[in-house]
Write a protein that binds this ligand. Structure first.
Ligand SMILES: Cc1ncc(C[n+]2csc(CCOP(=O)(O)OP(=O)(O)O)c2C)c(N)n1
Length: 506
């Protein structure tokens, strides 16, 4: 027996696969059952990768991590109601950091909204302006089934961006009973479709020349990539590259520019050329506000103009002129920051191999920015909104891309996403969570608030010290646990495969 629900769901999922989308994420629910069946059939036939997780919030961050590392859209399938709302944090991060996601949110038919129907809310508009596209799709019924082909083509192209950065797109799919059937098989539907690779928007060839001299520096924030390195090296300029910029390597990159910016050398800078979205250091933001600013348009992060003072921006920046050697050399004189978090982040940065690194928000990434000696590394960090949420699940999604992951995060960042340690149903992946454990949110000690209140208030309202037993957490969820108090123990623990937590006491 077939039903319009199953026919349509099979077509939507098969059209996505035919258009080159491979990575699907599903949380269980009744309203979305036809989509789940279709995805399950295609996964069984080896046509797509399907990840099933209970908690939609974890699911969405896992999908985000996968899309961050592949640049391909992850598809997320949910049932209706709060299930959809649980996607919100990951959607906001995807919106602000240009990560493609396609949401298939199942819904009841529109006529049941606002009249007390169970598990029914306004799923359209729920995510404000964070979506690249929203499509409220009427329920398939006998004799009137929406066209999956056009819908899917629009969703894919909106998610991959072009005029706008990539981002999340919502297909809100209404379903009426009967909600599913055993036929048609999505595998058969796919067999009748023409398969093609994903079509990414072409890069722009627009370019401008920027004059450079001994008073110019290059700043590379999140998402900057190799273009920043090429520009800096061609012009012999100092390159201030954040750990997740994809540009912290090469002969121009400066290890501890953060310290340099606190010295009189900073006063020499008149012009800055910015790639990506810098967020980590107040010194850099102040510098941008007080300089002549040129910005490379970012494919993922949109238009950066934090000081509202950008003179010119283009997709491709070409340096005009070359700085003298002494200008670059003078920035190389600052020693890496030395403190326990620096030792920890250097150990992970310098570890052999090419395992991707995820660095959580908070103290650790700022310390890393002041101490990591430049070298080519694959580093991710959720700098769209710098949340401490979703780090465990984002790490799992990055690992799913094939090369495992080492995630360096704070203890509160772990506890915030502890539910994502539920790995039931996931394949065996190499996921190392390395916890810089200082029993609380120590970053707040460095902020102005610490000067304004008593130590007791600081602790109660901000540091929120925790005494959660990480070893027991690992036991409950089936992760291997290692405690480490020095580099020897850390390096030994980093040899372990599978789902691993290394509890590094700071
Ligand atoms: C979702 C979210 N909630 C709150 C914050 C504010 N915040 C920033 S850092 C931090 C504490 C993090 O503590 P931990 O992970 O232990 O790192 P540490 O500060 O010790 O380096 C908090 C609560 C945030 N960035 N994101």
């Amino acid at each position: 027996m077939t039903t319009p629900s199953q026919q349509f769901a099979a077509s939507v999922v098969a059209e996505l696969v035919a258009a080159g989308v491979k990575n699907f994420y599903l949380a269980p629910g009744a309203r979305s059952q036809a989509l789940a069946i279709a995805a399950g059939q295609l996964a069984g036939a080896g046509k797509l990768s399907l990840t099933v997780r209970l908690d939609e919030r974890s699911l969405a961050f896992t999908a985000l991590g996968r899309a961050m590392s592949t640049a391909e859209p992850s598809v997320i399938i949910t049932t209706s109601g709060t299930a959809v709302a649980n996607l919100h944090p990951a959607i906001l991060e995807a919106h602000h950091s240009g990560v493609p996601l396609i949401l298939l949110t199942a819904d009841r038919p529109a006529e049941l909204r606002g009249i007390g129907a169970n598990q029914t809310t306004e799923q359209i508009g729920m995510f404000g302006n964070a979506l690249r596209g929203t499509h409220d799709v009427p329920a398939p019924r006998p004799g009137s089934t929406p066209s999956a082909k056009d819908l899917v083509a629009t969703a894919i192209s909106q998610s991959l961006g072009g005029a706008k950065p990539p981002g999340p797109v919502q297909l809100n799919l209404q379903f009426v009973e009967p909600l599913s059937s055993s036929e048609p098989s999505a595998v058969k539907v796919l067999a009748g479709l023409e398969k093609r690779p994903l079509e990414f928007p072409a890069a722009s060839e627009e370019q401008i020349e920027i004059e450079v001299d001994n008073h110019t520096v290059v700043i590379a924030g999140a998402g900057a990539g190799p273009a920043a390195v090429r520009f800096a090296e061609k012009a012999n300029l100092p390159l201030f590259a954040e750990p997740s910029s994809g540009a912290r390597y090469g002969s121009s990159a400066i290890t501890n520019y953060v310290q340099g910016l606190t010295t009189e050398l900073a006063g020499e800078i008149r012009r800055v050329v910015v790639f990506g979205k810098p967020t980590l250091s107040r010194g850099v933001i102040a510098l941008i506000k007080n300089s002549s600013v040129y910005v490379a348009k970012s494919a993922n992060y949109g238009n950066f103009d934090i000081g509202k003072n950008v003179i010119a921006t283009s997709w491709n920046l070409i340096p005009k002129g070359v700085a003298e050697k002494h200008w670059l050399d003078s920035w190389k004189e600052f020693e890496p920051l030395s403190e326990p978090r620096a030792t920890l982040s250097q150990a992970i940065w310098n570890a052999p191999g090419s395992t991707p690194i995820l660095i959580g928000a908070s103290n650790i990434i700022r310390v890393a920015d002041s101490c990591l000696v430049p070298r080519p590394k694959t580093v991710f960090s959720s700098r769209g909104l710098s949340g401490i949420d979703g780090s465990v699940s984002t790490a799992i999604g990055i690992a799913q891309a094939g090369a495992g992951v080492r995630a360096l995060i704070g203890d509160l960042t772990l506890f915030h996403d502890a539910g994502s340690m539920n790995i039931s149903g996931l394949p065996n992946l190499n996921v190392q969570l390395i916890i810089g454990n200082d029993s609380g949110g120590e970053i707040f000690r460095k902020l102005e608030v610490a000067k304004n209140i008593s130590p007791e208030m600081l602790s109660q309202l901000f540091l929120t010290p925790q005494e959660i037993d990480i070893e027991k957490l690992c036991e409950a969820y089936g992760w291997q646990y290692f405690a480490a108090v020095n580099l020897t123990e850390l390096n030994e623990a980093m040899k372990a495969d599978g789902y691993v937590v290394i509890d590094y006491k700071l």
